[in-house]
Design a protein around this ligand. Structure first.
Ligand code: UDP
Length: 339
């Protein structure tokens, strides 16, 4: 099986790469290293079945070459994270829309098949008890970067679906809800590595707004096997699936659990949104997945709970070299998001 993973040097992509290599696949990672790193592929690069191509999905010829001869493609390359989306709206739009179309074109030409990584962001601010795949999308002002991003990912999905319905390209769509775990960087605003990094260095945990907004964090090692199972189940073609965590938690509660679990001396401090986010960004109050569809098809059952997630992420942050330096950089980035 020859698999191509776009964005394979990123957080989720690199875990997927390791997982497929362990199963004996040949894996080619195609990544522009904009947010991903070769460090994430340290293990993978020792494997003779692994190859790496540095390139952007905006380069049509390069992505066609990379995908030619593949059996399947996982498309994870995307502009993600609050900071990137706010500071580079054009790059984000181009990567997420034109890049995906280029990948779909290349998959069609190669006679391959595709799993498209989408996001719970497509539901926008629908704060229902459990978002199922056909739930309404409630988006705010089209000029606000968060909703622009949500719209772009929605267009991605529509492109993928149309390649399936018009051209018969086998495409499966997965909507990921706040996937977390080792290798995720706090550099682009993600809350779990940010808060854990702060707890480890004894700096105040920055909880935005009143901290009562909630998320359901899913652990990367629960999500990756599900991505593969969905890609390998023919019944998933032409469909979208939620993959999210099972436990709803407020960010304030998360911060307190982190401090307690890591026996940190850090305080938890509430940062008003005006200071936390650049103008044009808006937070989401609640986001709860309904995983029933993936559960019925592939038995998806997220198992890893918050305490374990805290342990694994803290262990990873501690293990990586230069923790202090990196956290200083992240803190700098965080401040540059603040206005
Ligand atoms: N958040 C926070 N402190 C941080 C980073 C994020 O309180 O240092 C909040 C953010 O406002 C949001 C939640 O944590 O309510 C999750 O943020 P993240 O960017 O990780 O994911 P998303 O908002 O895309 O669900």
């Amino acid at each position: 099986m020859r698999t191509v993973i776009t964005g394979g040097a990123g957080f989720i992509g690199s875990h997927l790469t390791d997982y497929l290599l362990k199963r004996g696949d040949s894996v080619t990672v195609f990544d522009d290293l904009s947010t991903g790193t070769l460090e994430n592929l340290t293990e993978a690069r020792k494997n003779p079945n692994f190859s790496f191509i540095e390139g952007t999905v905006l380069d049509k010829a390069a992505i066609h070459d990379a995908i030619a001869g593949s059996d399947r493609v996982f498309h994870l390359a995307a502009a993600v994270g609050v900071q990137l989306i706010v500071e580079q709206p054009l790059t984000s739009l181009r990567t997420n829309i034109h890049g995906t179309e280029n990948v779909l074109d290349a998959v069609k030409a190669a006679g391959s098949k595709l799993l498209l990584a989408s996001t719970s962001e497509v539901y926008g601010k629908n704060s229902s008890d459990a978002l199922h795949e056909e739930s309404d999308r409630i988006l705010g002002d089209a000029l606000k970067s968060r909703w622009t991003y949500a719209a772009a990912k929605g267009i991605d999905e529509a492109f993928a679906h149309a390649y399936w319905s018009e051209y018969g390209v086998p495409v499966t769509i997965v909507r990921l809800f706040n996937t977390v775990g080792p290798r995720q960087t706090g550099r682009y605003g993600m809350v779990v590595p940010n808060l854990i990094g702060q707890a480890l260095t004894g700096t105040p945990l920055t909880v935005f707004g009143d901290g009562q907004q909630t998320r359901c964090f899913s652990y990367v090692a629960d999500v990756v096997p599900a991505l593969v199972k969905l890609a390998e189940d023919e019944r998933s073609v032409g469909q979208a699936y939620n993959l999210g965590g099972a436990q709803e938690i407020s960010i304030f509660e998360l911060a307190n659990q982190i401090v307690e679990r890591l026996e940190s001396e850090s305080l938890v401090s509430l940062i008003p949104y005006e200071q936390a986010y650049a103008a044009g960004y808006e937070d989401m109050r609640r986001r709860v997945p309904d995983n029933t569809k993936a559960n019925k098809l592939i038995g998806f059952e997220p198992e890893t709970r918050i305490p374990q997630i805290i342990d694994f992420v803290a262990g990873d942050l501690r293990a990586r070299n230069g923790l202090e330096d990196r956290l200083m950089q992240q803190a700098g980035s965080l401040l540059s998001v603040a206005v």
